[in-house]
Design a binder for this molecule. Structure first.
Ligand code: PGA
Length: 251
């Protein structure tokens, strides 16, 4: 049995005040031993504060990105060691906003996943097609290429510890969600690709769905056999919504 995981990607949102209210709000109503791994990924500047707020509780903290290099002359960047230093366990890598707005290539994503895993951070590797790619019927090809480069660069042995997040770009922040069967279809392809390289990786890797997940559509998505939780954007910024999604993953 794969333990579900729900991660909140706050993106470039938050303040000290909001971080405090949101994290304490989630922690206050999170059932103890809730059966789902819970991760919050705030902007870098609030990681330390988040880590202090969650203490030894059930919530883990993750970064939204990292640089591939060891610490040094890379202005504006954050190294894996720094994420570890402030208590991160996870890091999101290759989010579609990084790929499209900051020109991250498949190769660069592979290097980042490699750098994170080598340091013991757990990467949440994002893959997914754009609307045009879906309309052109190349979804499977795109996802296969993105994940293929990661497996080639970082090695299959990073799985099952590493996670994959399938996030159709057309569903991110748009209110459009992939249907349960559309999502399951791609999740099954991802698991089949892992299985070509390692049965153990295929059986154990948690594959999350992301893209307009809300409390009212989460249960249906999470009930699919190859969907093991979610990477949540907008709905992770409200404690009640995020808790509702965690509850859907747990039941
Ligand atoms: P969304 O974002 O839930 O706001 O669609 C998901 C994501 O970008 O990870």
């Amino acid at each position: 049995m794969r333990r579900p995981l729900v991660a909140g990607n706050w993106k470039m949102n938050g303040s000290r005040e909001m971080t405090k209210a949101l994290v304490t709000g989630i922690a206050a109503d999170l059932p103890s031993q809730c059966g789902t791994d819970v991760v919050v990924c705030p902007p870098y500047v609030y990681l330390d504060m988040c880590r202090e707020l969650v203490g030894e509780g059930e919530i883990s903290v993750g970064g939204q990105d990292l640089d591939v290099h060891e610490p040094g002359a890379f202005t504006g960047e954050i190294a894996a060691d720094m994420l570890l230093d402030v208590g991160c366990r996870y890091v999101i890598v290759g989010h579609s906003e990084r790929r499209s707005l900051y020109a991250e290539t498949d190769q660069r994503v592979g290097q980042k996943v490699s750098a994170a895993s080598a340091k013991g951070l757990i990467p949440i590797v994002c893959v997914g097609e754009t609307r045009e790619e879906r309309e052109d019927g190349v979804t499977a090809e795109v996802v296969r290429r993105q994940l293929g480069v990661v497996i080639e660069t970082a090695g299959i042995n990073i799985f099952p510890k590493a996670l994959v997040a399938y996030e159709p770009v057309w569903a991110i922040g748009t209110g459009l969600t992939a249907s349960e069967s559309q999502a399951q279809e791609v999740h099954a392809l991802i698991r089949a690709q892992l299985s070509d390289a390692s049965e153990q990786a295929a059986a154990g890797t948690r594959v999350l769905y992301g893209g307009s997940v809300k409390p009212d559509n989460a249960a249906g998505l999470f009930s699919q056999p190859d969907i093991d939780g979610g990477l949540i954007g907008g709905a992770s910024l409200k404690a009640a919504d995020f808790l509702g999604i965690i509850k859907a993953a747990t039941s």
